[in-house]
Ligand binder design. Structure first.
Ligand code: LLP
Length: 420
C-alpha cells in the first residue's frame, strides 16, 4: 500500500504517523486513513482524463465518512450515491449535488424527490418501472429528471459471485437486448430527459478486458440509440477496479482509463463526456484497521487444533472476511524478536465461528500488541454494524505526520438512545 512503511526499528508508519502510538492515543479498534494515498489514487484517474470532458464520481458506499468525502470534493470529484442518506452526507461534506449520479435498483419516491430538489446530475435508472415512477415524481415537482439507463452488458468480470454485477441473472441493470426499446420509452416519458448511458460490471476486477468488452457493447448501443433519434451525452463506465490485497496485479487506474479512452477515440466517440464511479480503488489501500491482541489461545498441537489470536476488532467492524472469505493482510504494528512466530487464526470477540479476520497467519505476537489489518479503507467502516452491542470504531485521518480524529468512537449509550 502506498504511504505505508516499515521503518528500520520495526515500527509500521502510515502517512508519516507511527501506528502503534496512534492506537495507544486513540484506543482500538481504530480506522486510520492516509489522506495522501486517497489524493494520489484520485490523481491517477484525473491524469488520464485530463483534457476532455469528464467527471470522477467517487462511489461513496466504499467509505462515506465526511472527511473522506470532503477530501474528494476538494479534488473536484463528484459522487456516486445509492440512497438519500448518502446524498445528505455529500451535502453535509460540502460536495456539489450537481456532480452526483444516483444509482441503485430500489429508489423510493421520497429519495427521488430529494435528489431532484438537490439538482443531481443524473439518475442511473435500473428498470422500466423506475423510469415511469421517476417521470411521475419529476412532473409532480414541475421539473424534468436527467436519466441514464444502467445497461447490463452481460460480461463476466471474473470476481466473487456476491460482488459480480454485470452478468445476466443478477438484479442489476437493464438487459442489453432490452436497452434500445427502453431508451425509446424513456425518450417518450414527459418527466424525463435522457442524458447518458452507464454500466457497472462488478467489483475487485483485476483485468482490463471485461471493461473493454463492456465498453464496446455500450458504444454499439449508443450508435443504435442515437440512430433512433435519442442523443446520448455522457458515457459512465462505473467502478470496479481492483486493488492489491495479497498478490493481485490490477492495472493502474491511469493505464486502464487510458486504454478505455483510446478505444472510445478510435471508435469516433471522443467528444463524449466520460464518467467513472470508482470506490475501492480510491480508498481501499489508503486505510488500515488497528486492533489490540486481547487473548492468545494456543491449541494443544493435536490434529485439527488451532491457535487463536483474539483481537478487539471483529466482524462487526470489518465484515469482508466473514462475508466474502476475503483475504486481507495482517501485520504487527511493531515487530518483535523476542517471541517465535507461529500460525494464528486472528479472530474477534463476537459470538460466531464466522467472526474471523485472517486464518493461519504467521505472526510473532504477544497479548497487548497492536495489529494492523491492511487495505481496510474500503467497505470497512461503511459495512460496520453494532452486532453484540459493540460500539463502532473511531476514525482518524492522517496527513504527512498529522493525525486528526474524524469520527469519535461510538458510545454504548448511543446504541439504545432511540429505544423505549
Ligand atoms: N458503481 C456502482 C453502481 C456500484 O454498485 C459499485 C459497487 C461501485 C460503483 C463501486 O465499485 P468499486 O469501485 O468499489 O468496486 N462490499 C463489497 C463490494 C461491493 C461493491 C458494490 N458496488 C466488498 O467489500 O468487496
Amino acid at each position: 500500500a502506498p504511504f505505508l512503511e516499515r521503518r528500520a526499528d520495526g515500527a509500521l508508519w502510515l502517512d508519516g504517523v507511527n501506528l502503534q502510538q496512534l492506537a495507544r492515543e486513540h484506543g482500538t479498534p481504530l480506522y486510520a486513513y492516509s489522506r495522501n494515498a486517497m489524493v494520489s489514487a484520485a490523481s491517477a484517474y484525473q491524469r488520464a482524463l485530463a483534457g476532455r470532458p469528464h467527471l470522477l464520481c467517487y462511489a461513496m458506499k466504499a467509505n462515506s465518512s465526511l472527511a473522506v468525502l470532503r477530501t474528494f470534493a476538494q479534488l473536484g470529484c463528484g459522487f456516486d450515491i445509492v440512497s438519500a442518506g448518502e446524498l445528505a452526507r455529500v451535502i453535509a461534506a460540502g460536495g456539489d449535488p450537481a456532480k452526483v449520479v444516483f444509482s441503485g435498483v430500489g429508489k423510493r419516491r421520497d429519495e427521488m424527490r430529494a435528489a431532484l430538489q438537490a439538482g443531481v446530475k443524473c439518475f442511473n435508472v435500473e428498470s422500466e418501472s423506475e423510469l415511469r415512477t421517476l417521470s411521475e415524481v419529476a412532473i409532480s415537482l414541475g421539473t424534468t429528471a436527467p436519466v441514464s439507463l444502467r445497461v447490463n452488458p452481460d460480461v463476466d468480470a471474473g470476481t466473487h459471485p456476491y460482488i459480480s454485477t454485470g452478468l445476466k441473472g443478477n438484479k442489476f441493470g437493464i438487459a442489453h437486448e432490452r436497452a434500445r426499446a427502453v431508451y425509446a420509452q424513456a425518450a417518450r416519458l414527459p418527466g424525463l430527459k435522457v442524458v447518458g448511458i452507464d454500466c457497472h460490471i462488478g467489483s475487485q476486477i483485476t483485468d482490463a478486458s471485461p471493461y473493454l468488452d463492456a465498453l464496446d457493447r455500450l458504444l454499439d448501443l449508443i450508435e443504435q440509440i442515437e440512430a433512433d433519434g435519442v442523443p446520448i451525452h455522457h458515457l459512465d463506465l462505473g467502478g470496479g477496479l481492483g486493488i492489491t490485497y495479497s498478490d493481485e496485479q490490477p492495472p493502474a487506474a491511469d493505464a486502464l482509463v487510458g486504454a478505455l479512452l483510446a478505444r472510445i477515440d478510435a471508435r469516433g466517440h471522443g467528444h463524449r463526456e466520460v464518467l467513472f464511479e470508482p470506490g475501492r480503488s480510491l480508498v481501499g489501500n489508503a486505510g488500515v484497521l488497528l486492533a489490540e491482541v486481547l487473548v492468545l489461545k494456543p491449541g494443544d498441537g493435536s490434529e485439527g487444533s488451532k491457535n487463536f489470536c483474539i483481537v478487539d476488532a471483529a466482524m462487526n467492524d470489518m465484515v469482508r472476511p466473514a462475508m466474502y472469505e476475503a483475504w486481507m493482510a495482517i501485520e504487527p504494528c511493531q515487530t518483535r524478536g523476542d517471541t517465535p512466530a507461529q500460525a494464528w487464526d486472528v479472530v474477534g470477540p463476537v459470538c460466531e465461528s464466522g467472526d474471523w479476520l485472517g486464518r493461519e497467519r504467521t505472526l510473532a505476537v504477544r497479548e497487548g500488541d497492536v495489529l494492523a489489518l491492511l487495505s481496510a479503507g474500503a467497505y470497512g467502516m461503511t459495512m460496520a454494524s453494532n452486532y453484540n452491542t459493540r460500539p463502532r470504531a473511531a476514525e482518524v485521518m492522517l496527513d504527512q505526520g498529522q493525525a486528526t480524529l474524524i469520527r469519535r468512537r461510538e458510545q454504548v449509550q448511543d446504541l439504545f438512545r432511540d429505544e423505549v
